[in-house]
Design a protein around this ligand. Structure first.
Ligand SMILES: *[C@@H]1O[C@H](CO)[C@@H](O)[C@H](O)[C@H]1NC(C)=O
Ligand SMILES: *[C@@H]1O[C@H](CO)[C@@H](O)[C@H](O)[C@H]1NC(C)=O
Ligand SMILES: *[C@@H]1O[C@H](CO)[C@@H](O)[C@H](O)[C@H]1NC(C)=O
Ligand SMILES: *[C@@H]1O[C@H](CO)[C@@H](O)[C@H](O)[C@H]1NC(C)=O
Ligand SMILES: *[C@@H]1O[C@H](CO)[C@@H](O)[C@H](O)[C@H]1NC(C)=O
Ligand SMILES: *[C@@H]1O[C@H](CO)[C@@H](O)[C@H](O)[C@H]1NC(C)=O
Ligand SMILES: *[C@@H]1O[C@H](CO)[C@@H](O)[C@H](O)[C@H]1NC(C)=O
Ligand SMILES: *[C@@H]1O[C@H](CO)[C@@H](O)[C@H](O)[C@H]1NC(C)=O
Ligand SMILES: *[C@@H]1O[C@H](CO)[C@@H](O)[C@H](O)[C@H]1NC(C)=O
Ligand SMILES: *[C@@H]1O[C@H](CO)[C@@H](O)[C@H](O)[C@H]1NC(C)=O
Ligand SMILES: *[C@@H]1O[C@H](CO)[C@@H](O)[C@H](O)[C@H]1NC(C)=O
Length: 435
């Protein structure tokens, strides 16, 4: 989600229909950004940081649960960080939705509510939309849900339940309606969940979720050739006053827009082949390289995840990486901090740390070297501390999960393009505030 931050209240996006298909371009905002509708100015930065840390950890813990408890395959990573504005129905109703590369289904809360969490905007009423259609339980979209996760309701209508790894669920009717990303024009007719029972951790997350995964129900799969099977995003830092961008179609292509574009193939992971898995081969810290080896050396070991926060590394790999970083920084660490971070320093040493922070290069398969900056590796969880924004995570032995999780902080100020045709992801450094 991972997916993302800034100026929502102004005119946010432009939507243009090109001869070759749709070209969509919309703003994306981190939920804690001053521009987010969910911004709470009475929560301090350190509290926000702590919450982000907790969300990130609960995601990884949940994934492990997912493996050991044999939860159904529909269960996917849920927690979202970046929000996008969408308009549903005719006339269009504004909704804020999580942008999540870790799941597929698009859904919004719908009237009548058996159980809806509170949302600021009015809840979508399918009866008031002249373009809303029900989807039949004998239709293909209904069959995209795993067994027992869709069924026939009244008048052969498709009813669905979709669960996330943190036990959040949405339950309702599968419908079809116009989705408009700019609030004008006619938009696209998309299949989505009209959720009448929505439970779990969705509060503060807007009125729904837009799945950007690789499965057939995701936004990117449904728009398919209309957007040339491509999308890209550019995320600004969490508390920035600028907006990031999510682009689809021709505009999503980053190959021409920037120097230093690198590309790496992905494989699909997760029970529904939703997740984009990269192959991380090593990281270089200054002149030293830590290579994957043993358990963590495998194809598709790294989940790229807009819905997660930090960079997680398998523990043995993390230990080597941390030791090299510590060695380069060379100042006394603050031991035994209670904020959950593994390596912290006094804020008094910020200048030295920034000066000494080593070059940090992530090596992906196919020679794709992504150069990270201190902003990708450092977090200020409280006023007096500066901490490493990388965490160890236990090796996931089942093969369904990941040994590396590339959350959204290591993706900030990169254009990241997903090309589902070429099955590759490309990175290019950028200033997303200008993107
Ligand atoms: C904002 O955060 C404060 C402190 O946690 C809390 O008391 C308050 O209810 C929150 N406001 C909203 C609108 O959530
Ligand atoms: C939906 O919500 C209603 C009212 O809370 C509840 O009775 C029903 O069991 C829920 N259905 C599901 C599938 O969760
Ligand atoms: C689906 O539901 C049926 C009947 O309730 C049950 O026997 C079956 O085990 C379920 N299948 C799965 C995959 O959960
Ligand atoms: C999800 O629900 C299952 C079954 O009720 C429970 O065992 C598990 O601990 C829950 N997971 C989370 C993250 O709450
Ligand atoms: C929207 O649809 C109407 C009716 O089909 C059509 O006349 C109009 O040109 C369309 N507008 C756009 C912006 O595509
Ligand atoms: C964002 O704008 C608000 C209000 O204009 C200002 O108080 C705040 O310092 C700005 N934040 C950043 C990170 O520039
Ligand atoms: C890295 O290697 C180069 C060439 O051997 C050397 O000049 C440089 O000082 C080394 N840098 C560090 C940080 O060790
Ligand atoms: C990693 O480092 C921690 C803390 O020093 C240590 O407890 C743990 O055993 C190490 N794990 C591996 C796999 O190297
Ligand atoms: C770390 O903090 C805990 C609780 O504050 C304390 O019990 C423990 O002795 C401390 N450990 C070290 C090595 O200072
Ligand atoms: C940081 O500097 C302040 C002011 O000089 C000092 O009071 C504080 O103890 C220092 N903190 C640490 C952890 O060294
Ligand atoms: C990125 O762009 C913003 C807005 O134009 C500008 O304020 C900022 O200084 C730029 N950042 C860098 C690192 O160039």
């Amino acid at each position: 989600m991972n997916a993302l931050i800034v100026l929502f209240l102004l005119s946010l996006f432009s939507l243009s229909t090109l001869i070759n298909g749709l070209s969509l371009n919309f703003d994306i905002v981190h939920r804690d950004s001053p521009l987010s509708p969910f911004h709470n100015s009475s929560i301090s930065l350190s509290e926000l940081a702590r919450n982000a840390r907790l969300r990130s950890l609960s995601r990884s813990n949940r994934r492990q649960l997912l493996q050991t408890d044999m939860l159904p395959p529909i269960i996917v990573q849920g927690e979202g960080e970046y929000l996008m504005r969408i308009y549903v129905g005719s006339p269009p109703v504004e909704s804020w939705a999580i942008a999540d590369t870790g799941s597929d289904l698009i859904w919004v809360q719908c009237l009548p509510c058996n159980k809806c969490y509170p949302q600021d905007a009015s809840i979508f009423n399918p009866l008031k939309s002249s373009t809303y259609q029900v989807v039949s339980c004998n239709s293909q979209p209904c069959s995209f849900f795993p067994k027992n996760y869709s069924a026939c309701g009244i008048s052969s209508q498709c009813i669905y339940v979709y669960g996330y790894a943190d036990n959040s669920t949405t339950f309702g009717d599968l419908g079809k309606d116009m989705f408009n990303f700019g609030g004008n024009g006619n938009g696209s007719l998309l299949v989505f969940g009209c959720g009448h029972n929505n439970t779990g951790t969705f509060s503060r997350k807007g009125s729904g979720l837009v799945g950007l995964g690789a499965g057939p129900l995701s936004l990117v799969s449904q728009l398919g050739s209309q957007i040339d099977h491509k999308f890209s995003y550019c995320l600004v830092p969490y508390f920035s006053n600028y907006t990031g961008k999510l682009k689809m179609g021709q505009e999503a292509d980053i190959s021409a827009s920037s120097n230093g574009v690198v590309s790496t193939p992905y494989t699909l992971g997760g029970g529904q082949n939703t997740n984009y898995m990269l192959t991380l081969e090593g990281v270089s810290i200054g002149n030293n390289t830590v290579e994957t080896s043993g358990v963590n050396k495998r194809e598709g070991n790294a989940l790229i995840d807009s819905g997660a926060t930090f960079f997680l590394m398998e523990t043995s790999f993390y230990n080597k990486t941390e030791a090299l970083i510590k060695n380069s920084i060379g100042v006394q660490e603050v031991k035994n901090v209670s904020n959950g971070f593994n390596l912290c320093y006094s804020n008094n040493d910020t200048k030295t740390i920034m000066n000494n922070f080593p070059d940090f290069v992530v090596h992906y398969k196919g020679g794709a070297d992504v150069h990270l900056k201190p902003e990708h590796n450092i977090f200020f969880p409280q006023d007096d501390l500066i901490c490493l924004a990388i965490f160890p995570v236990d090796h996931d032995s089942s093969g369904l999960g990941f040994d590396f999780d590339i959350g959204n902080i290591p993706q900030i100020n990169f254009q990241v393009e997903y090309d589902l045709g070429a099955k590759q992801i490309s990175f290019a450094p950028a200033n997303c505030s200008n993107y």
